[in-house]
Structures are given as C-alpha cells and as structure tokens.
Design a protein around this ligand. Structure first.
Ligand SMILES: [Zn+2]
Length: 147
C-alpha cells in the first residue's frame, strides 16, 4: 500500500482546472497537461505539476506527479492524499455534470477504483472541503465516489 513517508494514502481530493470549456477546444491532452504543468512550475515556482492525475474531457487520465510522493494541490493536506484534477470550469458550485463530461466523470470513478487497490483509500473529498474555495465546483460526497 502506498505511503507518503510514514503516512498511508487514505484520501483522494478532487480539483478543477478552473478553465472555461473553450480552453480545451482544439488542444491535445498532452498540450493541456503541459500548460497546467507550466502554470505550476513557472508561475507558482513548484518543482513539478501539483496534481497526481489530470482527467481530460475525453476521459483520458493523464499522469502528473508520482502517486508515491506528496503532490501540491491542497494547503496542509498534501501528505497522504492524491490530487485529481478534472479539466473544466468548476464554477459556480453546481452538479458534476455542469462542469465535466460523462466520459470524464466515468474515468475519475475508474481511476479511484484502481487507486483503491494500491492505497488504503477511505475518503474522497473536494478541495472545497479543505479550503474556502469552489473547487471542484460541486460538493463531493465521499460515499458517491468510493468504489
Ligand atoms: Zn483545487
């Protein structure tokens, strides 16, 4: 089972890229991933992309930071958590389908099922459970997302 140092990974935290639908139009998944990484590395000064996975509108699950190391996606909660970003607007607070495609939401569920085999996954939360933000754009009920 995957740990971050001494801390077992027990939680996945969902995020939004906070990008309008038009941002994804005409871009390859690789280009979108590269752009998000550039924001984190060049704009934020981090050593790598902060998310562990980025889930694209077509359902592709792109690999960000290694799940064997803490990410940089939620202040004070990066150790023992996996950050999953969904590309979409993520605002205002609504339903998942308001911001993300069916393929994308299915891919997140499938990824969480895989993650549950590698970790002691117990909780799926949203960034908005840990900070005064709208991200990922809906209220995440853990039971709805746990495999
Ligand atoms: Zn977030």
């Amino acid at each position: 089972m995957i740990h971050h140092g001494d801390m077992p990974v027990r939680e996945a935290i969902l995020h939004t890229s906070a990008t309008p639908f038009a941002w994804a139009e005409g871009k390859t998944n690789a280009a979108m991933l590269a752009e998000i990484r550039r924001w984190h590395v060049e704009d934020n000064g981090w050593r790598d992309i902060g998310y562990h996975r980025v889930v694209m509108p077509d359902g592709a699950v792109m690999i960000g930071r290694s799940i064997y190391e803490p990410g940089a996606h939620v202040a004070g909660r990066n150790t023992g958590t996996i950050g999953i970003c969904m590309v979409g607007p993520g605002s205002p607070i609504g339903k998942p389908e308001d911001h993300y495609t069916d393929a994308q939401l299915a891919a997140v569920r499938a990824y969480l099922a895989e993650l549950a085999k590698l970790t002691e996954l117990r909780v799926v939360s949203g960034h908005n459970d840990h900070a005064a933000r709208e991200c990922p754009g809906f209220r995440v009920r853990s039971a709805d997302w746990l495999p």
